[in-house]
Design a protein around this ligand. Structure first.
Ligand SMILES: *Cc1c(COP(=O)(O)O)cnc(C)c1O
Length: 380
């Protein structure tokens, strides 16, 4: 029988403590194992220690995949996946709006590997099709995207890729496996920055990949040479974090929807971007491919609000670069993720100087509302 999501989070892959009958997975810190009895030699950089293997099973179960792999960071997972399927002379099509680290990897490093790339003009499926060339091997997407929470049609991208025999990859970090399972929609390789929702407490740097065993074999061949594995202690902590993943994310989904609706009606807020709102341009699409709309939203405060004073006045919500923890955090994309663009380049992407990205935590919404209301007034 198929297990429920909280049962998967809590139990799949757990290691038995046969000696002491403890309730949680024992932690095996060994970097050295006997050579006689394991077919592939056990070594942390081979991704096959007991704790690594156990957690990989949970990741695979969460993403409805045959295999999972845990990495030392989200970018270790992204770079390993990309380079495992691209070589000199190949071309990749990437979605226009991507996590900054991923576009930096492509723009700053791919030329020296002789890998050609194109970013789509927008998220229309015809824009993906237009960029496919004779030597294209991979299509790479990310949905919902940062910071405007745009939605890419996952199933349509997967179908297009199959017609052209291309490998598809998705960064599923913002949705988490609770809200979106791209393999069910035809995507080949699912990537997570486990630093975000999987970790969930802003204290773990990690990454993960879920895919078929055949694709994972190809990824493993490169991964063991690149060496981006995660230490077993952090693997063990990540297992603990994921036990509450579904509980946390369901709460964050509910909080984010309540906050999005409340912000929309606030007289010092102009626009709210959240795929769960009925007037979000991609709401209907989001409904077809997401089980929940996630804990990330962004909003534009009124031009009369001074954003520096607003951030200074926040008491509860932390101004913070990262996201997806149990605590609510906010940042100003114009000063952080998109600070290297000129103001006009930012405006062209829809990122105004008053746009605030909000990672909604698990606190009571009344407390969040009070904090935002008084900070907005302090910004006048
Ligand atoms: C944070 C993040 C990454 C990179 O992950 P790290 O764990 O910081 O290496 C990749 N994609 C998205 C969407 C992210 O938010």
């Amino acid at each position: 029988m198929k297990k429920g999501i909280n049962t998967i989070c809590t139990h799949v892959g757990e290691l038995k403590d046969n000696e002491h009958k403890g309730a949680v997975s024992p932690l095996y810190m060994s970097t050295s194992y006997a050579f006689e009895d394991v077919e592939t030699k056990r070594y942390p950089r081979y991704f096959n220690t007991p704790n690594q293997v156990a957690l990989s099973k949970k990741i695979a179960a969460l993403e409805h995949a045959e295999a999972g792999m845990i990495f030392g960071s989200g970018m270790a997972a992204v770079s390993t996946a990309l380079l495992a399927f691209l070589q000199q002379g190949d071309h990749i099509v990437l979605q226009q709006t991507l996590y900054g680290g991923t576009s930096n990897l492509v723009v700053e490093e791919f030329e020296k590997f002789g890998i050609d790339y194109s970013f789509t003009k927008d998220l229309e499926i015809s824009s993906f099709e237009k960029e496919i060339k004779r030597n294209t091997k991979v299509i790479y997407i990310e949905t919902p995207s940062n910071p405007l929470l745009t939605i890419t049609n996952i199933e349509a991208v997967a179908r297009l890729a199959k017609q052209h025999e291309l490998v598809t990859m998705i960064d599923n970090t913002f949705a988490s496996p609770i809200n979106q399972n791209p393999i069910d929609l035809g995507i080949d390789i699912v990537i997570h920055s486990a630093t975000k929702y999987l970790g969930g407490h802003s204290d773990i740097l990690a990454g993960a990949i879920a895919t078929s065993t055949a694709h994972m074999d190809q990824i493993f061949q490169l991964a063991k040479n690149l060496g981006g594995s995660l230490s077993d202690y952090t693997v063990w902590l990540l297992e603990r974090s994921i036990k509450t993943l579904a509980l946390r994310v369901e709460r964050q989904n509910n909080n984010a929807l309540t906050m999005a609706e409340w912000l929309k009606n606030h007289d010092l807020v102009d626009t709210v971007y959240y795929p769960g709102l009925k007037d979000h341009p991609n709401h209907e699409l989001a409904k077809t491919q997401m089980h929940g709309f996630g804990g990330m939203l962004s909003f534009e405060c009124a031009a009369s609000v001074n954003t520096t004073s607003f951030f200074k006045a926040l008491q509860l919500i932390k101004p913070s670069m990262s996201l997806a923890g149990v605590e609510s955090t906010m940042l100003l994309p114009a000063l952080t993720s998109h600070s290297l663009l000129t103001p006009n380049e930012r405006y062209a992407q829809g990122i105004s100087d008053h746009l605030i990205r909000f990672s909604v935590g698990i606190e009571e919404v009344e407390d969040l509302q009070q904090d935002i209301s008084s900070a907005l007034r302090a910004g006048l």
